[in-house]
Structures are given as C-alpha cells and as structure tokens.
Design a protein around this ligand. Structure first.
Ligand SMILES: [Zn+2]
Ligand SMILES: [Zn+2]
Length: 480
C-alpha cells in the first residue's frame, strides 16, 4: 500500500488555458484584498506596500510551481510573472497615488490651511457676535481639545477594535477557526471549503474583513455602530480625565495668583501629562494663548458647562463613520491576523492549520502542531494504485509501518510516516486514534467534488461516516 500525491495527466490546451485563468484570478483577488485594506487607511504611501504586493505575486507563483497544493500540470514561467506585474502595475499605481493624494490633502500645509480658515472664521463670528474674550478663548480651547482628542482617538481605535474582536474569540485561534468552520458547514458551498482547505489563513483574512464590517459597522437596533460606541466610551473616559485637569489648572492659578491664560494653559498641559491622558503641546493652544482673558474662573466655567457639547462634537463623526468612510490609522486586520491566527503553516499530510498563534514559535523551539487532523484525502492524498482519496488520519499513520510517496518533481521517494520528523523536523504529530467527525462529514458530503478537485477517485467511505449529520459535525467541534 503506497500513497502518492500524483498529478493528473496532461490536460488539453483549453484545460490549461482555463486553469491558468483560474490561477490568475485567485492571485488578482488576493491583490485586491490587500489594496482595499490599504485604501481604508489614513497613511502615506510607503515603498513596502508595493514590495508586499510584488512579493505576494512571487510567492503565489512559487507555490503554484511546487504543485504541493494543486494538481495543475503546468508551471508559471518568468514571462508570466512579468505579464502579471505589467497588468497589475497601473492599478497598483493608481491605488497608491490615490492613497497618497488623500493623505497629502488631509495633512499638507494646504490642508492645514483649510483648517486654519476655520479658526479665522470662528474668530470672525465671535467678534461679530461681540462675544467677550473669555468666550472667544474658551471657543478656541474647545476646538483645540476636539482636534487633539480626535487625533489621539484615531491612533487608539485600531488597537481598541483589534482588542474588541480578539475578545469575541477569547483570544484563541481555535475559537476563530471553529466559527469559520461552522459558517462553512451552514453555507454548504464546496467552493468555500476548497478555498479554506487550500489557503486557510488567506480565507480567514477575507472572512475576517467581512466579519469586522458586520461586527463593527452594523447599525444594530440602537442605531449606533460598535465603532461609534467604542469611540464614545473612550471619549467619555478622556474627557472625564481632562475635566480634572481643567479644575486642577484653575486651582493652581488661583493659589499662585497667576491670572493669565498662558499660565492656565501651562498648568493644564502639565497636569494632563502627569496623569497620562493626551500629550498636549503648547502648539495645540496657540490661538488660545493669544487671547486676553480677564477672568479665568468664568473662562473655566464656560468650558466645563460646554463639556457635553464638546463630547458630542467629537463623537458625532465616529457615529457617522461606516465601512465605506472609515479611515484607519492602521487597518486592524493585520494585527488581528497576526495575534489571533499567527502561524500560517498547515499539516503537510492533511492540510489542517498549525494551532500556534505566535508567528515565531519555531524560533522558540515549539514545533508546529494541529489541534486535530483530517482524513488525508481532504488535502488531496490518495492511494497510488486505485487513486481513491485516503480516509485515514495522519495521527493514526505515524504509529504504523505505512509509507507514502513524496516529491515536488516527478521523481518521488517512498518514506515512512513514523519517520516524518526526518523530513519535517519542525512538525509534531501526536500519535493517536483521534478522528474528526467534522471532516468525516465534509468528506462524505463532497466525495465527488473532492475527486474532481484533485483529479483522482472518490474515497472509499466507511458506511458509518454517511450517517453523520451536519449538526453532529458542528457539535463535534466543541469537543476538540
Ligand atoms: Zn495532519
Ligand atoms: Zn506553526
């Protein structure tokens, strides 16, 4: 009994052309996902963005040519890479030029000038309305606070959202994977299963993008998004601290008989730094410091009375933000994937992802491990003579005398499963008779689809597998 990961015979030219279109399509979709993630950020173009896209193309081509995860009988040569790069270059350039323009518009001197126009306008209005210097100064102070809190919050929100999402999955990769697998079972769409089996971390990234949109930007019954609520609770917390700083600045000025607004601002900045709220600078209050406030108490009073309005001014833009208008300082998806998914390796025998969330676990001498394994046919393993997809599990084979055939080229060699560490020293497969009802259900539900996908023969399914219901498959995920 010898198994091998054999390729199908030569296709006709039309088949190859269709296959090449499918391979290219998959690659372009991946690039699209990355560009959409960049576009939702408020960042300046960085050369590393373009490098990441080019690297992604090279990695996909290398992966394809190794044929470990596909049965295509053709290699993608350098002219193909050049063609893809030439094809995507104008789109990438457009996307990054747009990203940069958007950033410059917001942050350039001209953009800042637009904001300054707002300041002049406020002053003009105040003068026309014959408001007192106290009111004018407090208006400017209010604007400065709104701007600084907003900037601070923009930095914080990606981290807050990341933490919120991680909490929903109890900071566990398996909890996330379980949710995705239940989703897959409920949808009953083999195409999605196939993508998840082939590239679980990329499938998860796309799934997670959609999950964030639903979880963070859904209006819900309260007519407020989670994004708006998270921002509001943070703003409340910050303003509560700042309110203490207002009072403290007034107290210090009163006690030391300093009656000028400059001293008040200095005390305010110093105290806000001491209690670690927002690291304000003098620059932030340049328009306030120029005013001639004659009564600091009434000035502070106006600010404190206005606090609720200040909160509303800051909160409203966050309440109005949706999935289309959000501009992350850093898209939280990368942090979520890094911390919640981590290692992107998968079992070489059954395609189950490594369970470790630390990307560097190998450097820490912790081998790749799976929380469970799958019937090997799920990943394409089949018997060499009959071409039936294999129904046994890798954790079972590693305690037997069973051999498999392995090789990236036509020249394959026979190896013992129990000696897997010789060739895959970074892996640890615990010998056991454990099975996975979930994947047994998948295999007995899609024997024909799996057969076509790997161009082999249907698995010889044990009779009991066909009795497993979808609910039993889903329930089994809770006992892993
Ligand atoms: Zn395995
Ligand atoms: Zn790993």
């Amino acid at each position: 009994m010898i198994k091998s990961y054999d390729k199908k015979n030569w296709n006709t030219f039309t088949d190859i052309r269709n296959d090449a279109v499918a391979v290219t399509d998959k690659m372009l979709k991946k690039i699209d996902t990355r560009l959409a993630e960049y576009n939702a950020q408020d960042v300046r173009f960085d050369i590393s963005f373009a490098t990441e896209i080019l690297l992604l193309i090279s990695q996909e081509i290398d992966k394809h040519n190794k044929h470990l995860e596909n049965t295509y009988k053709f290699n993608l040569l350098p002219p193909y890479r050049a063609m893809v790069v030439t094809h995507v270059q104008p789109f990438i350039t457009d996307c990054f030029v747009h990203l940069n323009d958007k950033y410059n518009k917001k942050h350039s001197p001209k953009g800042q000038m637009e904001e300054y126009k707002g300041t002049v306008w406020t002053l003009f209005q105040n003068v026309v309305d014959s408001k007192t210097e106290n009111v004018i100064a407090s208006n400017f102070f209010r604007k400065a606070i709104c701007k600084a809190v907003t900037e601070h919050l923009d930095e914080l929100l990606p981290i807050i959202v990341q933490e919120h999402i991680m909490m929903l999955f109890a900071h566990e990769q398996y909890s996330l994977m379980k949710t995705i697998m239940i989703d897959l079972a409920e949808e009953e769409d083999f195409y999605n299963f196939a993508v998840f089996i082939n590239d679980p971390s990329e499938y998860t990234r796309i799934w997670m993008n959609q999950y964030i949109i639903n979880e963070i930007f859904d209006q819900g019954e309260e007519n407020c998004t989670t994004y708006g609520r998270l921002a509001q609770s943070q703003i409340k917390k910050i303003l509560k601290q700042l309110s203490k700083c207002f009072s403290e600045a007034s107290r210090i000025c009163r006690n030391s008989e300093m009656n000028d607004i400059s001293s008040w601002i200095q005390s305010f900045i110093q105290h806000s730094r001491e209690i670690n709220t927002i690291p304000f600078s003098n620059e932030d209050f340049v328009h306030v410091q120029n005013r001639h406030v004659d009564d600091l108490d009434s000035y502070t009073e106006i600010i404190i009375v206005d606090l609720e309005d200040i909160e509303n001014d800051i909160v409203q833009p966050y309440r109005d933000t949706d999935q289309y208008t959000v501009q992350w300082k850093e898209n939280p998806i990368s942090g979520i994937m890094e911390k919640l998914w981590g290692c992107t390796e998968k079992c070489m025998f059954c395609a189950e992802p490594c369970r470790h969330t630390g990307k560097t676990h190998i450097e820490e001498d912790i081998p790749h491990q799976c929380i469970q394994h799958r019937p090997q046919g799920i990943g394409g393993f089949h018997w060499e003579d009959t071409k039936y997809l294999v129904t046994e599990f890798c954790n079972f084979w590693v305690q037997t005398q069973q051999r498999y055939r392995w090789g990236e080229t036509e020249k394959k060699e026979y190896r013992y499963y129990r000696e897997y560490k010789k060739h895959f020293p970074d892996w640890d497969i615990v010998p056991s008779s454990d099975t996975s009802k979930y994947w047994m259900w998948v295999m007995s539900k899609y024997p024909n689809e799996l057969k076509e996908r790997y161009c082999v023969e249907e698995p010889n399914l044990p009779a009991t597998w066909k009795l497993i219901t979808k609910q039993e498959a889903i329930d089994s995920l809770s006992f892993v």
